[in-house]
Design a binder for this molecule. Structure first.
Ligand code: NCD
Ligand code: ZN
Ligand code: ZN
Ligand code: ZN
Length: 396
């Protein structure tokens, strides 16, 4: 399969130029000016071509909660959002604590052939907060472990999990929350676990990735940890950089303007490695019952582009680094950059068109979003994976 995209603005973390891009046998074969190949041609005039996005933090709810989302609807939603690789969290039913469930998800993902899927396994077996023995059974297909959705209370369990992760070459994805403190002060709740886990990582050498960092104190701890050489990466979500003083139910909660400014400062100075959606689809009924989270994978780019680039905080190259380059590096895949022999996964975007967010149009089963009715910029027009057009906006 071959495809040539002509006359687009081509942007990745280190490039920004007007030109063409040619994909052959699934890989980027060539890019530059005035390319000529006899194959399918897509007119990129007026559009921006970027590496497709890579999401480190996603909930597709399969197995067990497929009434909220499944690998099919999740994959379609991801493509509509411009994503071609997702890292799926293990708070499913059953919890993903075994290779059997990993294999089920990977096999189903292959059959669907929508986006590439990596599956995260729980740190503690069935999120029991203690048992780590299942980690011995993991093979090299698993790169990340996380009890995301839940905090790990015990210091000794987290310490031992880090020793085990080091031994198995796994990265721990940290949901920093002390659930005893949450009802009293969710700021202290996030900060204290962030401080503990960075300290434990410093002592053990284990590789940490901090999920959905949301407070100014937590981001400062990450900055300090990195300066001390701690083996650390972190993500922020689009909603935590675009919203403040908003009581939409999500974990961690939407913070204050001061926190948002600190997160953006962290983005500018490189403390923040990635933007990850924490796509957390729920039914309307479950939201009414208090389920935290938002269906974010279809709005991540426009929300991030509008609040960071359109507002003049960072340039588009930097946004590409946060949504593609760095997540690709963290996941260890040859994706996320416009480089020869990298995967031919790209998106075409109309940066200038104003879009009205309408959650009823989401391909995700989850229509839960605080962005409904908002006017944003950065419409994904086409998502190409391995040279194959997987999603095309009807307006094109
Ligand atoms: C997530 C979910 O619904 O699975 N919810 C959320 O509010 N972020 C869990 C999580 O990411 O902690
Ligand atoms: Zn295919
Ligand atoms: Zn979480
Ligand atoms: Zn999550």
């Amino acid at each position: 399969m071959e495809i040539l995209i002509k006359a687009a603005r081509i942007v990745d973390e280190s490039k920004d130029f007007l030109g063409d891009l040619y994909i052959k046998d699934g890989k980027i074969e060539d890019f530059g000016e005035d390319l000529n190949y006899t194959c399918k041609v897509v007119d990129g005039q007026g559009l921006t071509l970027m590496p497709s996005f890579i999401d480190l933090h996603v909930h597709f709810r399969e197995p067990g909660y497929t009434y909220k989302e499944d690998l099919d609807t999740g994959g379609l939603a991801a493509l509509r959002g411009g994503y071609t690789l997702v890292n799926l969290m293990g708070n499913t039913n059953p919890i993903c604590s075994s290779m059997e469930i990993v294999e089920y998800v990977l096999k189903r993902g292959k059959e669907l052939d929508l986006v590439d899927i990596h599956q995260v396994v729980s740190i503690t077996k069935d999120f029991d907060g203690y048992t780590l023995s299942h980690l011995d059974d993991l093979d090299e297909r698993v790169k990340f472990i996380s009890d995301d959705g839940k905090g790990i209370k015990s210091n000794i369990v987290m310490y031992k999990a880090m020793i085990k992760a080091l031994e198995k070459d796994l990265t721990l994805m940290i949901h920093a929350e002390d659930e005893d403190l949450t009802p009293i002060d969710y700021r202290i709740s996030e900060n204290i676990i962030t401080i503990r886990d960075i300290y434990l990582s410093k002592e053990t050498g284990a590789r940490l990735h901090l999920c959905h960092v949301s407070t100014k104190e937590a981001i400062e701890e990450v900055r300090r940890g990195k300066a001390q050489g701690v083996n650390l990466t972190c993500e922020v979500t689009p909603h935590h950089i675009a919203l403040w003083d908003n009581d939409y139910k999500v974990n961690p909660p939407i913070r204050t303007k001061e926190d948002v400014d600190a997160l953006i400062e962290g983005i500018i100075d490189g403390t923040v490695d990635a933007i990850a959606t924490d796509h957390a689809p729920h039914t309307g009924e479950d939201k009414l019952k208090g389920a935290p989270g938002l269906s974010g994978i279809e709005t991540a780019f426009p929300v991030s582009y509008t609040s960071l680039v359109k507002n003049g905080k960072i340039d588009l190259k930097k946004l590409s680094k946060l949504m593609s380059g760095n997540p690709g590096k963290i996941m260890g895949v040859r994706k996320g950059k416009i480089e020869k022999a990298y995967d031919g996964d790209v998106v075409l975007i109309d940066l200038d068109k104003e879009i009205l967010i309408d959650s009823q149009k989401f391909l995700s089963k989850g229509k839960n979003t605080p962005f409904n009715g908002m006017k944003l910029y950065g419409q994904v027009m086409m998502t190409i994976k391995g040279g194959e057009i997987k999603y095309s906006n009807k307006d094109l």
